[in-house]
Unconditional design. Structure first.
Length: 275
């Protein structure tokens, strides 16, 4: 089927749906990289049109796989992913490329073009909307260039516009990555462990920036994050995963010790996150 709007996704199971009209719906999503080794087990979730959702859980539980199945960087084995009424798992070729324009992605390792300048990296966020001849000649529309400079000002990097990306610190690179994702004017912002390579102070700055920019743009954020304290501080909703399944879904205030034990087990590492 081509990239057309089709029927709305079926309702999520009781207790799964988020409050508000969902912009993103996941239905019975499963992923197995090898036969008999399932990473995601029958995940059904709804995500409202605003706010920050943090996905927590131990390494290897499927958090990154879930994030990457949404934008088809990883192909799900079965199930459906709906974004604003469009079923993404059906799409191929041009239709998939067009749908991906609506999903901004912030990566753990920044995923910048190191040899390009900071401003050129931001303009890469407009590649899906820009004719190839403009890309090849670096002749971007004036409105895109102005928007890129405005975003650099917003993330505190205006003076670094012409500096190569490989000359930046980790925190600065992640600011560029966030600004590039916002340049897409997405319906949804995904972030895969955006603070794992950063020190605690910079991690707070990055989470604050991502939350605020998404709120200003009016788009929801879904973050895969290893730091429970950051999830509690910045998320409106926390999804806890264990062994490829959702075992907790609710506001941070409802995340209790017994939930963390179920998510992480009674390991010494988990005890450090439990009050």
């Amino acid at each position: 089927m081509n990239a057309t709007l089709v029927q709305a996704p079926p309702a999520a199971p009781p207790g799964v749906a988020a409050a508000g009209a969902p912009v993103l719906s996941i239905r019975r999503l499963s992923k197995a990289y090898e036969r008999g080794k399932t990473v995601l087990h029958d995940i059904s979730l709804d995500f409202a049109g605003r706010g920050v959702v943090a996905i927590i859980g131990p390494s290897g539980t499927g958090k990154s796989t879930l994030i990457r199945c949404i934008n088809r960087l990883v192909e799900p084995t079965s199930g459906e992913v709906w974004l604003a009424g469009r079923e993404l798992t059906r799409l191929r070729g041009r239709s998939l490329r067009e749908a991906r324009r609506e999903i901004g992605m912030v990566f753990q390792e920044y995923n910048l073009v190191e040899r390009l300048s900071v401003i050129e990296n931001l303009l890469c966020g407009r590649l899906g909307y820009t004719p190839l001849w403009r890309v090849w000649t670096r002749n971007y529309p004036d409105a895109d260039i102005q928007r890129a400079f405005d975003l650099l000002e917003r993330v505190g990097l205006a003076e670094f516009a012409t500096r190569r990306a490989d000359a930046l610190s980790g925190g600065q690179r992640q600011r560029v990555g966030i600004a590039r994702a916002v340049m897409q004017a997405p319906r949804l912002l995904l972030a895969d462990e955006p603070t794992s390579s950063l020190d605690p102070r910079t991690s707070v700055e990055i989470m604050t920036l991502m939350r605020d920019l998404a709120a200003e743009a009016g788009v929801p954020v879904v973050i895969n994050i290893h730091d429970v304290a950051l999830a509690r501080r910045f998320a409106d909703r926390i999804i806890g995963m264990a062994a490829g399944r959702v075992v907790f879904d609710g506001p941070p205030a409802e995340l209790q010790n017994e939930h963390l034990h179920e998510i992480y087990g009674r390991s010494e590492a988990a005890e450090g996150w439990i009050e």
